[in-house]
Structures are given as structure tokens and as C-alpha cells.
Design a protein around this ligand. Sequence first.
Ligand SMILES: Cc1cc2nc3c(=O)[nH]c(=O)nc-3n(C[C@H](O)[C@H](O)[C@H](O)COP(=O)(O)OP(=O)(O)OC[C@H]3O[C@@H](n4cnc5c(N)ncnc54)[C@H](O)[C@@H]3O)c2cc1C
Length: 561
Amino acid sequence: MKKLVTDVVVIGGGTTGIGVLRDCAMRGYRTILLDRADLAQGTSGRFHGLLHSGGRYVVSDPESARECAAENAIISRIQPDAVERTGGLFVVTPQDDPAFGDKFLAGAALAGVAAEEISPAAALAREPRLNPGIKRAFAVQDGTVDGWQIAWSAAASARQYGGQALPYHKVTQVHHSGGQVNGVTATDLKTGEEVSIDCSFVLNCAGPWAGQITHLAGLPPVAVIPGRGIMVAMNHRLVNTVVNRCIPPADGDIIVPLHTVCIIGTTDNKVDDPDHLQIPRSEVQQMFDAGEALIPGFRQARALHAWAGARPLIKDDRVAASDTRHMSRGMAVIDHSTRDGVTGLLTIGGGKLTTYRLMAENIVDAMEEQMGSSHPCRTADEICPGNEPGHNYLVTHRLREREADRSKSPIICECELMNRDMLVDLLKQHPHANFDDLRRQLRVGMGPCQGGFCSSRVAGIACQEGVADAPRATGLLKLFLEHRWIGLWPILHDAQVRQAALDEWILHGTLDIDHVPSPAKVEHDPVEDLPIVSADPPQAAPGGQLAKAAATSAPEPKEQR
Ligand SMILES: Cc1cc2nc3c(=O)[nH]c(=O)nc-3n(C[C@H](O)[C@H](O)[C@H](O)COP(=O)(O)OP(=O)(O)OC[C@H]3O[C@@H](n4cnc5c(N)ncnc54)[C@H](O)[C@@H]3O)c2cc1C
């Protein structure tokens, strides 16, 4: 068994946990973060991509609105490369009550959320695909955000201050004695080795899994309720501005232009287990209907992929325990010394990805209060590594870079303009990465072909570069395609069925992928993807029966992004 000693252990490597690692390290605490998977593979990698202006909550949850407005400005400053300053619109469609616009403006003024009414004609000039019947429109400061980039750059900052992140380490026990936390036990999922860490503080940042962690400490579960939501990525940026429907928060009320696609979402349903999230076809249809209200013809656009995530919502006594849609998005720190008589353990829940930095500040403040020490939080003051001041993400970045070096490096993923050099550089840095790890960094396989053209090239290059032998590369390729298929199955329709059929011919007809030697079980390889994607795909990856399968009803698929 490996033994480590530290001051603080952070459980959970989503944006909240990584923000906490950074904050603790900046305040001078020796801190180790553990996640059972790679960083930001939980909810922080399965969300809608909106950097909230606060507008969504000005009427229903003014405190969250205020927090979002303040943090939107901070994140845009300290992690500008992860943020696209798209701006946002709230629009009243012909089906909506125009009077809600007055409540919206009044709420925005009270919560300090910048909002300005503009004419429907001005909104249509900005976003010509919008419903021409919109009755009112309001401009806000929404942006879009890449959760993975937020996570990596905050983790890089934490490392500069001595913080240590250990992905693929699953916490199995939280120890306390005489009412004081004194350590955790984890399993290194890559080696199978047990790791024991002595510490005096444990910060539970396991998002929707937070209740499972208190169980590992032998304490009653905390009231963090997983609220499942699905999202669907469409082929194009049908809008370049975040478009919200100007109504109380509802299903499918926001379209977010993120990277090369736009995403409609989301739903909100209580689930018992965040490891098993479904993507019901009925909810996918609901998203298309909601899209039509904002953009007539939305259904005719091509849907590329669907995924689901679970919100870590704090139980809200104002609404029924199953009503996650109307539960507050507010954050809360749960102190287990007052709740369970165990000092040195705090849990955080609620909040948004937009407010991850503030959540971290709050829980680290609470830890210091319990310790009787105090250091100022400086996370809002310093730009994270890899970000240039004032240099926001632009969707045209890759195209501009491509035009500058046109023929230097061949394109491997046409949809996302990923070239060979980008792939080889990353493979050299992370020789044990699986293809989903590569996807999260390079976006390979996230465009219209969903990996049909590019994934076998990635396998070939991994082989050429010597990071995988042929059977292993084939195994990783199969695993990647299986994962893509989980998010394809629920949206297969029209053009994407034809694409899937073409991919099938490439992979089966040309490559004969089912008969190329590969290890029997790549999913048990030490570089496996997040266990929550161990969900069985509804149908094996396309294999000759695609058109028939797509036309028949199938069991509800589980999630993957
Ligand atoms: C459908 C949906 C859409 C959303 N859209 C937006 C949006 O547009 N904008 C926005 O600001 N917010 C959005 N949110 C909210 C936001 O995504 C979450 O609030 C945020 O990502 C939560 O981050 P987290 O770090 O708290 O949790 P997570 O990212 O889930 O991190 C928890 C981590 O704990 C780890 N873990 C679990 N058990 C263990 C264990 N035993 N040992 C070690 N590690 C463990 C998991 O692997 C996971 O990585 C959305 C949420 C959902 C569900």
C-alpha cells in the first residue's frame, strides 16, 4: 500500500474540486485531489456550456443570478481562453407571455444583472434564424465556456502552487477517529494499488456523488439530489449568440453556440443514481420541439449527438423532493461537525459551473474558519496558465491557424480542423491516453462524422508513433466508437442515419474492424474511460443492421458525451 501525507484531501475532480485544489494550494495548504476518473469527466464535462450572465435566474433565484453575474466577469478575466464572449438574448416567442419581460427586467435590475431591451428587429438582425414572430427581446452578457479547458487551466495553476491532482483514484473510505477526520483510502484504478492518505481535512466535492462519499465516512447521506438533464448538439451554429426563451426556467429553453456546434437543452429530472443516466427519445423530441419555438425549422437541422449529466442540487424545502427543475441553483456548504459531530469534513453542493470559483472560495473559507486560521482568497486575482489576458476563444481560431500553416501538417479531423501535429504532440505528452481523453482536448470525433473518418486515422497514427501496438490501437478505436454510438443512438434521424451508414461501410467494409485483432477487453485497460460510461450501448456499434435498427424502437440508451 502506498502512503501519503497531506493537509487537505479534495474528493472530486470536477470544476468545483479543481477550484478547491487551486484555492487551498494558493492559501498555502498541502493538498491532494482524488478523482475516480480523469479530470472533468463527471458533470463538468457533461453540461450545457453556458457561462451564465445570471439572466436565467433573475426572477426564480435572484441570489444565484447575482453570483453568476459576478463570476461571469471573473472567469472571463482569469480563464479567457476557455470563454467565448458571444453575448446572449432573452426572447419572447409568440407562445410566451410578453408581461414576463417586465418581471425579467425588474429582476435583472434588482440582482445587478446587465440586461437591456432591444427591438425584435434588432434581435433578428443579430440572429436572422430567430422566430420572426418574437414579441420582445433583451440583450444580456451570456457567454459560452469549455468545461474541460476551465478544469485543465485551473489544475495547472494549482500545480504551480504545489497542489497535486491524482485522476483515476477512487476514494473507498473516509476515516475519522474521536470525531476528527484523519485520512482517506483510495484505489489507484490504473495499477490496482491501495493508497492511504493521512490528512486533517477532507473536502467532499463529489458533485452528484457527494452522498456516496458521506456514506464512505459512515455518515448519513447528505441532501444532494442528482437532477438529470439531456442536451443535443446540432451540426451548425444555428445562432452565434446564446438564445434563451424569456419564460421561467423550463425544458429546452436555451440554445448555446459552443465551438462548431450549437446545443439545445435541457431537461431536469430527479434520479437516484448519477452513474445511470438515460437519454430518453421522448426528451430528445421535446428538445427539437422547443428548438422550433425559438428557431423555425430547427428540426430540419442535423442532430449530431446527445448526452446527459446530473446536477448536484441541494435539497430545497420550498419544493417537492422530486422537483429538481424548481430547486434552487444556490450553493451550500454542509459542515459535518455540526451535522454529524465529525470535524474536518465539509461537503459542498449546488451552484453552477459558472460559479465554481466562488464555491471553492466558500468551502475553503469554511475550512479555515473551522481550523481557526485565515488567509485571503486570491483565485480571482491571477490568470490561470495557458490563458492570455483579454484573449477570448473565437470559433475561427483553428481556421486562422490552419490558413497560416496551410500545408505544414495534414488534417486528421476535417470537422474540427485537428491536424497531425496537434495529435502527435498530445500523444507524446499523454502516451496512455485513450481516444476519449484525446477527444476532450482536441475535439477529434465531435463533428458531423462522429469519428467515422478520423478515428481510424488516430489509431493508425498512435501505432506509427509507437504509443500503441496494432491490437491495442484497434481496441481503443473500438471502445471510442462504442462510446460515440451511445450518444448517436437516441438522435439517429435523417442525414445522421446516412452518415452512420457511411461510417459503417468505412469501418466494416474497408477496415473490417470486427475481425482486426484487438485485446478482448480494452475497457479493463488501465487507461479506461470514466466508469460511468460503462453503460452498455443500446445496440452494438453499427454492424450491418444499422438502417433496420434505427427504424425500430430500442431500449433507452444511457449516457456518454
Ligand atoms: C444538464 C446540465 C446542464 C448544465 N448546464 C450548465 C451550464 O450551461 N452552465 C453552468 O454554469 N452550469 C451548468 N450545469 C451545472 C454544472 O455543470 C455543475 O454544477 C458543475 O459541473 C458541477 O461540478 P462539480 O465539480 O461540483 O461536480 P462534477 O463535475 O460531477 O465532479 C464530481 C467528481 O467527483 C468524482 N467522484 C465521484 N465519486 C468519487 C469517488 N468515490 N472517488 C473519487 N472521485 C469521485 C466524479 O468522477 C466527478 O468527476 C449543468 C448541469 C447539468 C446536469
